[in-house]
Each structure stands twice: as structure tokens, then as C-alpha cells.
Write a protein that binds this ligand. Structure first.
Ligand code: LLP
Length: 449
């Protein structure tokens, strides 16, 4: 059996338990598909980041990357655990503010922030805006001037290092829609011009080199390059105090994944910043990170109800569930791999391979290929692990399937944090066929001419 994480355990009756709750009862109470987040484990994962930094004694900030799972309850939890929040859109900013997060603890990202989003961020008083490109300088400066605000910014740099899982490539990332490119000199040019924008105060540099990274090598390669750029910025008279190295810390989805412990990744990052900055006689910056997946990914399990089956002799067994790519699009999008168990028969031997299919009208709507499971029965509760990151946040209404509910569990109690959508919700923004009469009148006047 796979290692059970957080507060998960298998009870003596053979059921999967999380947060002191029997998942089969949760499935009954709230229906399926259901996202179940282990609150204690969420908090523990955030605390690991804090503890790792505290052990090094450096100034730091952990900003939870809300895109991984952005709901009011999650923003509140991250805030309670001492995280800042990284948001990438007006909608995420709105969610964080609705959660009561102090805007002075929110960072705003995005490669194409609209004027309206910048106005919203500036007027709310967010802590920093991460400027992504040259066009944004003038736009943001104009917005800040209109609101008579001085806005703190970081510059997003594409450092020419791309990291995914355990490998990193030193040139790949140049071709990216994000950030000022280092290789071609754009990043230096950005530092040379940022001082021309009176309403902006540049506090330092940001980079994010990828996601699902298993060690700190890629971060370290990026840090060397960023340190030199940081030195160039200070030589131009800019007063920097922040180096933000982004998120991307990997998690274990299956036994193929072997991520370094959080503590050792943070240690690697901190050492590299210390060395690179000392070598250039720079003062130590505050080190900021933006973990998303590593905070929420392993803390959730999705519960489904098993439905129809199809066994193709000598080929494959399929079991269909009542969700799929609408609540977990990651296999369809990235070929992502997950592990599963039958939550109501957790002690039964996983004797056969069953591919877990979604219910959408699409052959690619699969959640797991060939999962080792006991032979499923209709009505079994299928638990898919590590679904907490980028699933609810990327969920859709394809086939007009309502989005699932989300519950948090802790100490034997469960609480709903996102309601299940209803069919009414699905058509809430639809309008019956009708036309704008005003426009029709103008158009027929044109035709008559
Ligand atoms: N900071 C920035 C600027 C980012 O772009 C991202 C993720 C993060 C932080 C958080 O990265 P994390 O720690 O979660 O790896 N939908 C994809 C992942 C997209 C990641 C986008 N940026 C997936 O499901 O794997």
C-alpha cells in the first residue's frame, strides 16, 4: 500500500480515514465527487517551510501561491499560518480580500494584468506588484500616479534556467511569455529604465523556474544569475532588499517521484544566496518563496463513486467514476500520474489493474491508467490521492457537469468550504435567446441608407 500522509489512516473496518473522519461517511454526507482537505496537514506543510527558514536565521517570506487552490478558507488558513499570498488575477485578489487577508500581505503577479486589475491592486494597497514586461511599466506608473500612490515592485526575470522534476536546463526558459529575459539583455535594460517611473519603487528581483522540482540545483543556478543582475541594479543606485525565487517545490504523486525534503531545498537556496551575495559584496536580501503545489497538493484526496465497468479481455479493465477531467484535468493536460484506493475496502488486496475513467464524452477523460485495485463494485468509494493542487482551481463545467464540493476535515469534524454546484448554478449566467433591440434599430437604419 502507498504511504499514507498527514492524518490519513486505514481503520480496523477497512475504511480510509482523514482528519479523524471516515471518508465513506464523508462521501455519504456530502456526496461525490468530493475534495477532502486534511487541515492539520495543510498547516504542517506550511510550518515546515517556516521552520526551514527559521533554522537558517535569514529574513524571509513564504507567499502561498493561491493559484494552486484559491478559496476563501484556504486564503484564511495560509494567512493564519503566517504566509503572504501570491495572486495572479483580479479574481484571486478578490478572493484573498474576501478572506480578510491584509492587502499589505498580497503580491500581484501576471504577464498581462489589465488596467482594471492594476487599478484594483493599487487601490487595495497590495504589498508588491511583480512587473512582468516593459509595457507594464508605463501602465502601472500611470495607474499609481492616478491613485497618488507609490507602488513597490519586483521585476520578474527569466533567468535562462528551466527546471521540471529533477532536471534543469540552462537555456530553455529564454523562450517564455513570462518576465524580462536575461540572455538578450532585456533584464538589464529593465533595471536601467525602472528608475524613470516616478511612482514605482523597485525592491528587487523575482524568478520562477518551473514546477514539480525535486531538488535545489535549478534554484541555485538561477540564484547565481540573479545575484549578478541584483548587483547591476544596485550599481545603478536602485535600493533592493528582496530576492524572490518563486515556487515549484515538488511532491510525491507516485513512487516514481522522489522530491527532496522541504528543509533541504530551503537550505540549498539559502546557502546559495548567502554565497553568491557575499561573493559580490552585496547585503543579504530577504528571501521570498511562493510554494503552491507543495502546500496543498498532498493534503487532499478526491472521493468518487464507482459506476459502470468495462473489462476488455486481454486489453484493459475500465471503471468509471462520477467525476473526471472536470475536477481533475491533469492527466488530460500533462499526462499526470496519481494513485488510488477503494476507500470502503482499503484493506482488500489490490489484485488487478483498473483504469479509472471519467464520465465526460471524451476518450482522453481518464484520471489514472492501470491503477492496482481490488475488483471494484458499483457504489465503491474511489479515493484518488494528492489531488489538492491545480485540480479544484482548474475544474470546469465541461458537459455541464457541476463542480464538486470541497470540505476541510480536522479532529473528527468536517466543514464545507466550497458548496457543490447545482444545475441552477450551471445555467446561472445563461440567458434565453433574445436580441438587443437598440442595436437592431441602428443596424436596420444603416441597411436602409
Ligand atoms: N510562482 C509563480 C510565479 C508561478 O508561476 C507558480 C506556478 C508558482 C509560484 C507556484 O508553483 P508551485 O509551487 O505550485 O509549483 N497547472 C500546473 C502548474 C502550473 C504552475 C504555474 N505556476 C499543474 O497542474 O501542474
Amino acid at each position: 500500500m502507498r504511504p499514507l500522509q498527514g492524518t490519513m489512516k486505514v481503520g480496523s473496518e477497512g475504511h480510509l480515514w482523514v482528519g479523524g473522519c471516515d471518508t465513506t461517511q464523508l462521501a455519504q454526507k456530502y456526496g461525490t465527487p468530493l475534495f477532502v482537505y486534511d487541515e492539520a496537514y495543510l498547516r504542517e506543510r506550511i510550518r515546515e517551510f517556516h521552520a526551514a527558514f527559521k533554522a537558517t536565521g535569514v529574513s524571509y517570506e513564504v507567499a502561498y501561491a493561491a493559484k494552486a487552490f484559491c478559496t476563501i478558507a484556504m486564503c484564511q488558513l495560509a494567512d493564519q499560518e503566517g504566509c503572504a499570498l501570491d495572486v495572479v488575477s483580479g479574481g484571486e485578489l478578490y478572493t484573498a480580500l474576501q478572506a480578510g487577508v491584509d492587502p499589505g500581505r498580497i503580491h500581484m503577479h501576471g504577464n498581462n494584468k489589465t488596467r482594471a486589475e492594476l487599478e484594483y491592486a493599487v487601490s487595495s494597497g497590495v504589498s508588491v506588484i511583480v512587473v512582468d514586461n516593459f509595457a507594464e511599466f508605463a501602465l502601472l506608473n500611470d495607474v499609481a500616479t492616478t491613485f497618488r500612490r507609490q507602488v513597490d515592485v519586483l521585476l520578474r526575470i527569466a533567468p535562462g534556467v528551466e527546471a521540471h522534476t529533477h532536471e534543469y536546463i540552462s537555456t530553455g526558459q529564454q523562450d517564455s511569455k513570462f518576465g524580462f529575459d536575461l540572455e538578450s539583455g532585456q533584464a538589464r535594460r529593465a533595471l536601467e529604465v525602472v528608475g524613470d517611473y516616478d511612482a514605482l519603487r523597485c525592491r528587487g528581483l523575482h524568478s520562477h523556474i518551473g514546477s514539480q522540482i525535486f531538488d535545489s540545483q535549478g534554484f541555485e543556478a538561477a540564484i547565481s544569475r540573479l545575484a549578478e543582475l541584483y548587483a547591476y541594479g544596485t550599481s545603478l543606485g536602485l535600493v533592493f532588499d528582496v530576492l524572490n525565487v518563486g515556487g515549484g517545490f515538488g511532491i510525491r504523486y507516485t513512487e516514481e517521484d522522489d522530491p527532496a525534503p522541504i528543509a533541504s531545498s530551503i537550505q540549498g537556496i539559502v546557502h546559495k544566496v548567502k554565497d553568491s551575495f557575499a561573493a559580490l559584496s552585496l547585503e543579504m536580501p530577504s528571501i521570498w518563496i511562493e510554494p503552491g503545489r507543495s502546500v496543498v497538493g498532498p493534503a487532499a484526496v478526491t472521493l468518487y463513486t464507482a459506476g459502470s465497468q468495462k473489462a476488455i479481455p486481454g486489453v484493459r479493465n475500465y471503471v468509471s467514476i462520477d467525476g473526471g477531467m472536470t475536477d481533475n484535468p491533469r492527466l488530460a493536460l500533462y499526462g499526470a500520474k496519481y494513485e488510488a484506493m477503494l476507500a470502503n475496502r482499503a484493506s482488500d488486496e489490490a489484485a488487478e489493474a483498473w483504469s479509472i475513467a471519467g464520465k465526460c464524452c471524451e476518450s482522453g477523460d481518464m484520471v489514472i491508467w492501470d491503477a492496482p485495485l481490488p475488483r471494484p463494485q458499483m457504489g465503491d468509494v474511489v479515493a484518488v490521492f494528492d489531488t489538492g493542487a491545480y485540480n479544484y482551481s482548474m475544474a470546469s463545467n465541461y458537459n455541464r457537469i457541476p463542480r464538486p464540493a470541497v470540505v476541510f476535515v480536522r479532529d473528527g469534524r468536517s466543514g464545507i468550504v466550497v458548496e457543490r454546484e447545482t444545475y441552477e448554478d450551471v445555467v446561472r449566467l445563461d440567458r434565453p435567446l433574445s436580441y438587443d433591440e437598440e442595436n437592431a434599430a441602428a443596424s436596420s437604419a444603416m441597411t436602409a441608407r
